[in-house]
Design a protein around this ligand. Structure first.
Ligand code: FES
Length: 390
């Protein structure tokens, strides 16, 4: 086989991602303590310019991507959002806005819809005003979100609510479901907090008890049956009480990729925490080439990298080894077992940590996701003590 043919057959072996998440900015009016952005946030000055993002959209369309998620931070803080949505529409891509709803007035929403916006995903911190504002670290956020949701539905745009659940709001899952119905949402995602990045820093403040988890699960299961055909409820259970790991990102480098505000192309939102991994930048290498052959993407794609007992596990092509970032955060190495798996030597320790932290009647205050340098030392010492205690 000549070199060109070998290259072509190698390229064909990797199907394009279904969706690309564009993290347009890390700027955000909210300060949620479980934010999925990295601990070191990109400044506005570091963000890729409009031309760079248009180029990403063009490349994504050419390589066969179906959906673009416009995310952040708060993507509406980008002045070029309408232009980017328009390019997505021109290139035949389905566009989803993942937003706090803050800072978008009716006129801006109309411009976005006219440009081609297909779907809105709105974050929901809780079902009551006081608690939602407290969790978001933003007074008035709840009312603004409700108003925004109303505008979305008045325009008959499909709406999904994203609720991150933890010890402070798990008891309100029934009210979240009621709120989703009242707002006319077609989908509600009830996702227990993922404990990496900011979530890991705030783990002791957020960890629910086993009883809270079981109650929330029962509520969701009942509502799923009762509301079939009216409201779809997605449910993400907390890793710390699970016995099997989840297929994080649908499997590393299998279905999705993220692009950071600086233009770095990432297999997942927390991949930058993995030391020694090289991330290509979209301004320096074509997206298709990065997806197929980039170091970060090839590192954990498929099953060849897996240690035992993953290698012999019949579920290895179901969970794809779980979450690499969680393995790193809790077991100290990205290429070892995700400790959520009961076969991991660290599994009992994370279960014990969950039980210990959730039993604390006086959980620590939130470390809010805010960029000032003064919080970095707090975050650093928090992470260091966690990795010793897990
Ligand atoms: Fe990185 Fe799960 S968040 S693999």
């Amino acid at each position: 086989m000549n070199i060109m043919l070998a290259e072509a057959s190698r390229a064909l072996a990797v199907a394009p991602p279904l969706a690309v998440l564009l993290e347009l900015t890390h700027r955000c009016p909210l300060a949620c303590p479980y934010c999925s952005n990295p601990l070191e946030l990109a400044s506005q000055r570091e963000e890729m310019d409009t031309g760079g993002w248009l180029n990403v959209i063009d490349q994504a369309a050419t390589m066969g991507v179906l959906q673009l998620h416009f995310s952040g931070g708060e993507p509406a803080l980008r002045k070029d959002l309408v232009e980017l949505l328009q390019r997505a529409r021109e290139r035949g891509l389905y566009s989803n806005l993942i937003t706090s709803g803050i800072g978008i007035d009716e006129a801006k929403l109309d411009r976005m819809i006219e440009a081609g916006l297909d779907h809105v995903q709105l974050s929901l911190q809780d079902a009551t005003r006081e608690s939602a504002d407290h969790i978001a670290g933003y007074k008035g956020s709840f009312d603004k979100k409700l108003r925004f949701a109303g505008w979305v539905r008045e325009r008959e745009l499909p709406l999904t609510l994203n609720a991150v659940v933890h010890r402070h709001n798990a008891g309100n899952v029934p009210r979240m479901i009621e709120l989703a119905l009242a707002l006319g949402a077609s989908r509600l995602e009830v996702a227990h907090t993922q404990y990496y990045g900011w979530g890991l820093v705030n783990r002791a403040a957020l960890m629910p008890s086993r009883e809270q988890l079981d109650a929330a699960t029962a509520v969701v299961e009942e509502a799923r049956v009762r509301l079939r055909g009216t409201l779809v409820i997605d449910y993400v259970t907390p890793d710390y009480y699970a016995r099997r790991p989840k297929a994080c990102m649908g499997g590393w480098a299998q279905k999705f990729l993220n692009i950071s505000p600086r233009g770095d192309v990432l297999p997942c939102h927390a991949a930058e925490t993995i030391p020694g991994m090289y991330f290509d930048n979209i301004r320096e290498r074509p997206l298709l080439d990065i997806w197929q052959h980039g170091d970060a993407f090839e590192r954990y794609r498929g099953t060849a990298w897996m240690p035992e007992p993953c290698q012999s596990c019949p579920k290895k092509e179901v969970d794809w080894g779980g979450c690499r970032c969680q393995a790193l955060a809790l077991s100290g190495a990205a290429d070892t077992l995700d400790p959520v798996c009961e076969k991991s030597p660290d599994h009992a320790r994370i279960r014990a940590a969950a039980e210990l932290e959730s039993a604390n009647a006086a959980p620590p205050p939130f470390v809010y996701r805010r960029p000032p340098r003064s919080t970095n030392s707090v975050i650093g010492s928090g992470i260091a003590s966690l990795s010793k205690s897990v």
